[in-house]
Design a protein. Structure first.
Length: 755
């Protein structure tokens, strides 16, 4: 929602010429006004005079704003398409006393869209209707000026005002802006009265709200909002009607440019500045579904009611595989919702970050988060052509052993105890939801692990106060007690061609990973601890703490703590996922391992070997990076090309050779890049008094790092044999500098580990 301005003054009528691209003929139904443009093609702009009845067979271009003034009528028959030119001034505005009759059918809807097939959100303005119904104000009959043109007034004293009919309408690529505070919605209803009939509206790819009600009493039914940039359904300035059967969704790949996008945003008065105005918004929503399926966008609130508004929301359901900050928020710095607010909502979303309600100091006796709501009836939207996703509510699992196959969305219940007792596979279409604060305990052995297959998802929804922990079922466990967590995706890995390359999972070669979708989404791991993992079946097959096989950058992974693992802390086998805030302590082989075409970013990572730690591996490292798998495939395409930002490697492990009494290296290399890999490592620091053979090594018998490799590292370690190699590949940059700060340590307070 954007700022508008109250205005009780009358305004001068705005008249402009009608631009035609074809000849006009007399129209007996035009009530004496100027006839509309006709012909195979025609441009629309200026001011409607009398009654304009458009022709569904004409290819119309909205060349500039089209105004329907008082006493005029715009009639648009079923099947008409109007294509708008680009810009803020391409819009249709129905003034107070004007009327629009746009009556499409399910078979022949009316389409308002862009004049280019490659248009995006915000290409043109939108549709605005100004009526004479009441809006909030300091006196009865208050009027205000529309945002896009403050001279066009809305508001008044007639709740039954009739601005016409809209039915089976598509509004696409709307929301053009003239400034950060002034932009169009898809459909803006300013003081529109309940004599107006509005139903079956589809609004998609809009750059602001899909639909916004500024006061008025109009009732609207069957609304679909897809990928609109700010709010799906916005109410303000005294709206008092009913919205029935509405469905709002963000698809995969959608990203908002707004600070606080929401499903519902409702204010009692305009911008919260007028708490003493009457009437305040008091409206009803009956049958609503809100979905966040974006893999990149957090929804601020599914339902936000505030600033003196009273909402009556029945049969609402919220879904989503991506984060939602608040399910229901009734508070605001400019005033809370009234205590008469009634809400019944079912939470089927996977990631509600801050709990399900935020009520401040208010008492809301009729705020119910409850099971069983069905939300909108999508059968009413078949005419839109939109491909609605299957929405599954997760099934809550009984406590005890996790099932070995998870093929549907399942949720673990907070306060219950669950065990990994066998190979738990989250199959294609399966989802495993783990709430904050849960400890999942694994039985002893190599075969006890969690593997998320391609098309499956895991959501471990920890918080700093209540992390999710995967650990052993024994208080005396040590490294290698159980398997670990493995996630397989459909992102690219190195291979023989540029198309589909795939490989078998190391610990189960029958389960494949790899593909062509670098934006693939395997879920989210946030504030997660993985302890005592790395069990092995042979010297060549063992688990890491966290194994990421071709995981895409639609996956969210941050705030991870991996400790006392028997192989690598984390290993990336290809993929494009970005990982941040990672702490690895006393893992037996490498701290951070990259191979097989990994192309993402690891930021804020800290690896530590404590005093007294001894590795069982031949060549433990801080960073180990290969371009291709094991260096055996130098001719493969999509070799590893990745970034590390803000890294600390701390080696405190002192190992004494029992035969010679001399100290031997506890890290072979702090940073090893080789075998066709390209690494861009910035702000790294290596510290500690444990022995390190090489600070940076870019050479290998199976191939060196590429010449594009660039590393900036500060050597604060006191026991390093060699800084780097004289035979580094020509062009590669190894800068051993002073002053790098590495990874901040205050971000790991939630782990319980003291750095």
């Amino acid at each position: 929602m954007r700022k508008f301005f109250l205005n009780a003054l009358a305004f001068a009528a705005i008249a402009s010429a009608v631009t035609l691209t074809s000849s006009c003929s007399d129209d007996d139904d035009n009530n004496g006004g100027t006839p509309p443009p006709t012909g195979p093609t025609a441009q629309l702009s200026g001011t409607v005079s009398g009654t304009w009845t458009l022709d569904a067979g004409t290819a119309y271009t909205l060349a500039n704003k089209l105004i329907v003034p008082a006493g005029a009528k715009l009639v648009i028959p079923a099947g008409t398409t109007i294509r708008a030119t680009e810009g803020f001034d391409s819009y249709i505005l129905v003034e107070q006393g004007g009327q629009i009759y746009a009556q499409g059918t399910a078979a022949n809807p009316i389409v308002f869209t862009a004049d280019r097939d490659d248009a995006s959100a915000g290409y043109w303005g939108g549709l605005i209707i100004n009526g004479r119904a009441p809006i909030s104000g300091d006196a009865a009959g208050q009027t205000a000026g529309a945002e896009v043109a403050n001279g066009y007034l809305y508001g008044g004293t007639n709740p039954d005002d009739n601005s016409g009919i809209l039915s089976h309408i598509k509004l696409l690529y709307t929301g053009a802006r003239s400034s950060a505070d002034m932009e169009h919605n898809g459909l803006t209803l300013n003081g529109v009265g309940r004599g107006t009939q509005i139903s079956d509206i589809y609004i998609a790819e809009g750059a602001d709200d899909a639909i916004e009600f500024f006061g008025g009493t109009v009732n609207v039914s069957n609304v679909v909002a897809v990928n609109c940039d700010d709010d799906m359904f916005d109410f303000t300035q005294g709206y008092s009607g009913i919205l029935t059967n509405c469905y709002g969704i963000w698809d995969s790949g959608f990203t908002s440019t707004e600070e606080d996008p929401r499903g519902v945003e409702a204010d009692g008065n305009l911008d919260g500045h007028y708490p003493d105005h009457t009437p305040q918004s008091n409206f009803t929503i009956n049958g609503m579904t809100i979905v966040n399926h974006s893999n990149t966008q957090t929804m601020q609130d599914a339902i936000k009611v505030r600033r003196g508004a009273t909402a009556h929301i029945y049969n609402a359901a919220v879904y989503g595989i991506s984060p939602i900050q608040n399910l229901v928020d009734l508070t605001d710095g400019s005033g809370a919702a009234t205590e008469d607010t009634e809400i019944s909502v079912t939470n089927n979303a996977y990631l509600v970050t801050n709990g399900v309600t935020n009520t401040g100091d208010g008492t809301y006796a009729s705020l119910n988060v409850e099971a069983g709501n069905e939300g909108a009836d999508v059968s009413a939207f078949a005419w839109t052509g939109y491909d609605f996703p299957e929405l599954e509510a997760p099934t809550t699992l009984s406590e005890g052993d996790l099932p070995l196959e998870i093929s549907t969305p399942v949720a673990l219940e907070a306060g219950k105890q669950y065990f990994v007792n066998g190979s738990v596979h989250v199959k294609d279409g399966g989802v495993l939801l783990i709430p904050a604060g849960m400890d999942i305990q694994a039985r002893h052995g190599f075969a006890n692990f969690i593997l998320v297959e391609r098309g499956g998802r895991i959501y471990a929804n920890g918080t700093a106060e209540a992390p999710v922990t995967f650990t052993a079922d024994s208080e005396t466990a040590s490294q290698g007690y159980w398997g670990g967590v493995v996630v397989n995706g459909r992102a690219r890995i190195s291979g023989t061609g540029t198309g589909l390359n795939e490989a078998g999972t190391e610990i189960d070669n029958n389960v494949m990973y790899g593909g062509t979708d670098d934006t693939d989404n395997s879920g989210a791991l946030t504030y997660v601890r993985i302890l005592y993992s790395g069990a092995r079946s042979s010297s060549d097959i063992e688990h890491n703490g966290l194994t990421l096989n071709a995981v895409g950058n639609g996956t969210t992974i941050n705030n991870i703590y991996i400790a006392h693992g028997a192989d690598d802390a984390i290993e990336f086998f290809g993929g494009s996922v970005n990982v941040s805030n990672l702490l690895a302590v006393n893992c037996d082989d490498d701290m951070f391992d990259f191979t097989q075409g990994y192309s993402g970013t690891l930021s804020n990572c800290y690896g530590r070997l404590e005093t007294g730690f001894t590795s069982t591996e031949e060549d433990p490292r801080g960073v180990e990076a290969d371009g291709n798998l094991d260096g055996d495939y130098p001719d493969h395409t999509h070799q590893s090309n990745f970034t590390i930002e803000n890294m600390t490697i701390e080696n405190l492990a002192l190992i004494i050779d029992p035969e010679t009494g001399e100290e031997i290296p506890s890290l072979v290399d702090a940073i090893k890049v080789r075998r066709g890999a390209t690494a861009n490592i910035r702000n790294a620091i290596v510290t500690g008094n444990g022995k390190i053979s090489d600070l940076v090594d870019l050479q290998d018998g199976n191939g060196d790092a590429t010449a594009s490799t660039s590393i900036s590292v500060t050597k604060a370690a006191t026991n390093v044999d060699n800084d780097t190699n004289s035979g580094n590949p020509a062009g590669a940059t190894v800068s051993i500098v002073s002053g790098n700060t590495g990874c901040p340590t205050d971000i790991f307070g939630w782990t319980g580990y003291s750095l």
